[in-house]
Design a protein around this ligand. Structure first.
Ligand code: HEM
Length: 545
């Protein structure tokens, strides 16, 4: 090669290397500056929210995030309100701002009037989607409106009235099992049992039975695959696991991978590094649950194909889903086969664990308030003495039962908080909230806000429901099921189910704490279940016939 050509070639190569270096450096500078802007400049000096009172900004990278996930759900936020007032700003990981507004005006705008502008943020949709399917809980806007309209009839009062009697098939099994456990223990003081586990089994059997006509038999079968898969899945979202779980599901592409066949095939890859091993369990559980949902569906669709006329008249969840699958011809809402499975997962997931937590917390509160427990027993005994399967109306008329269930849901809400994200910049109750800001919907904080509920707001006092405080707002002071178009579709069903289970348990058994000094241990997860599965000492009620 002539010398001049050699030099030309060398210069060309050098300029390529230099160009690449410049591009690399420019990219690095861009990322560094963006990060500095996001985590330091914007939240500290530029954000329009920076003057709103709130806790210190915290660590530059994680903000208040570690404090939040390490504390009991809703309690840190309640302390902030006590310290800084009803409008609070806090900074989470990588400088993302969160605001918490407690006023009914703010809740009305975010949850009701402008709900499409304040959707669930994607990290929440992914957490819910993985645990409870990409169905009604994760869609928004028009798709949500259509889906909700299709499902509403399943939760109508006449439908629920017809359904109540079916609850007792599972409740009676629960009572029998508890009686035989106590009998086997042969101890006069009763037997300590993890009531959350029993509550979870009975609510799973009830939802499978009433919604899908499927007998999951989780009460009788100690190794039921559905129960075990849900248990493992929920444990992934508690304590220190929660941060990793949130990081997993917030990583673009990973939620899809977790639910795909590809993810299932390569699930063991996550075991190469211990901190990632949770990925294998997560994929394994979601696949087991999905497979059962598919099996449930295909069995039912085969049954229903035989009796099309009958299906057309029914308004239970399964019949409505199957009809939505056939829809379309008449311009009705149409569900694909995959979407159908996601809906089944939604009603399975959203419908059992929340109600189970509600039942366990109610038992805990009653175990610690013998006066309220005795008063409730007196009320339910008057009914159960002659009718052990009281219907929807009879349950509704029991005043103390209503007070106990509502008070428990107020004080220890199974969903202690949820989130929304501002899809536009706008004023919310006098605060200019920029697009992209996260909203806390602080359910537990609002439910126990002293400003509304008075000085004893944080105490269990069921009778307060007979004489509600003057500042009580029926739509925005009790948010356990939130409100507006995304409000819980299963609200009336779960309240009546909780009543039926609690009434039967209190009629048959006495509950006291399992040991001296026992304290409640609510998890800091999306749903607030007892971390220790709520051991309580239970003994049969002695009656003189
Ligand atoms: C005590 C029991 C329950 C509690 C405390 C509860 C609470 C909630 C809350 C707070 C939400 C709103 C979540 C958010 O927007 O981020 C919600 C939504 C939902 N719940 Fe429940 N729930 C319970 C029982 C049930 C039951 C039994 C079912 C069904 C059988 C159910 C099905 C749903 C569905 C499908 C949604 C999504 C509604 C929508 O976006 O249109 N829930 N629930």
């Amino acid at each position: 090669m002539p010398l001049s050509a050699f030099f030309t070639d060398a210069v060309a190569r050098l300029s390529w290397v230099l160009t690449l270096q410049y591009v690399g450096l420019a990219l690095l500078a861009y990322i560094t500056l963006s990060l500095i802007y996001r985590v330091v400049l914007y939240p500290r000096y530029l954000s329009p929210l920076r003057h709103i009172p709130g806790p210190p900004l915290g660590s530059v990278i994680t903000g208040q995030f570690l404090n939040i996930i390490q504390s009991e759900a809703g309690i840190l936020q309640r302390d902030w309100v006590k310290q800084y007032g009803p409008v609070v700003r806090a900074v989470g990981p990588v400088g993302i701002e969160r605001v918490m507004l407690l006023s009914p005006e703010a809740m009305h705008k975010v949850l009701v009037s402008d709900w499409t502008e304040y959707p669930r943020p994607s990290f929440l949709r992914n957490i819910l989607g993985i645990v409870a399917g990409y169905g009604l809980l994760t869609v928004t806007g028009n798709e949500h409106k259509q889906m909700r309209r299709a499902m509403n009839p399943a939760f109508s009062i006449p439908n629920l009235m017809a359904q109540t009697d079916m609850y007792y098939d599972s409740i009676e099994i629960l009572i029998d099992m508890l009686h035989s456990e106590v009998k086997q223990a042969q101890a006069s003081e009763g037997k300590a049992m993890r009531m959350y586990e029993w509550a979870s089994k009975v609510t799973l059997d009830i939802i499978c039975d009433t919604a899908f006509g499927y007998h999951s038999n989780s009460l009788r079968d100690p190794h039921n695959e559905l129960t075990e898969a849900y248990e493992q899945l929920l444990n992934l979202q508690t304590g220190s696991n929660l941060a990793l779980f949130a990081a997993f599901v917030s990583t673009p592409g990973l939620p899809w991978f977790f639910c795909s066949d590809l993810g299932y095939k390569y699930r063991h890859w996550f075991q190469i590094w211990k901190p990632l091993a949770m990925g294998t369990t997560l994929i394994d559980c979601t696949h087991r649950i999905r497979n059962i949902a598919k099996r449930m569906l295909s069995e039912k669709m085969a049954d229903m194909a035989v009796d099309v006329e009958d299906t057309a008249a029914k308004k239970d969840i399964m019949s409505l889903l199957v009809r939505a699958r056939r829809g379309g011809e008449k311009g009705e809402y149409k569900l694909s086969d995959d979407a159908l499975v996601e809906q089944v997962l939604t009603f399975l997931g959203a419908g059992h664990e929340t109600t189970a937590s509600g039942i366990s917390w109610t038992l805990w509160l009653l175990a610690n308030d013998i006066r309220a427990q005795s008063k409730l027993r007196e009320e339910v005994t008057a009914v159960f003495a002659t009718n052990t399967r009281p219907d929807y109306r009879t349950l509704k008329e029991l005043k103390m039962l209503e007070c106990v269930v509502m008070e428990s849901l107020r004080l220890l809400p199974p969903v202690p908080m949820t989130f929304r994200i501002a899809a536009k910049s706008d004023w919310v109750d006098g605060v200019w909230v920029p697009k992209g800001t996260l909203f806390y919907i602080p359910i537990r904080v609002i439910n126990t806000w002293k400003e509304v509920w008075g000085e004893n707001a944080e105490e269990f006092y069921p009778e307060r429901w007979l004489n509600l405080p003057e500042k009580y707002n029926p739509t925005f002071s009790f948010l356990s099921f939130i409100t507006g178009p995304h409000g819980c579709i299963g609200k009336t069903m779960s309240i009546s189910e909780m009543k039926a289970v609690i009434a039967a348990l209190i009629f048959h058994f006495e509950f006291v704490p399992a040991y001296e000094g026992q304290v409640a241990k609510p998890t800091a997860a999306v749903t607030m279940k007892p971390e220790d599965s709520m051991p309580l000492l239970i003994r049969p009620v002695k009656r003189t016939v």
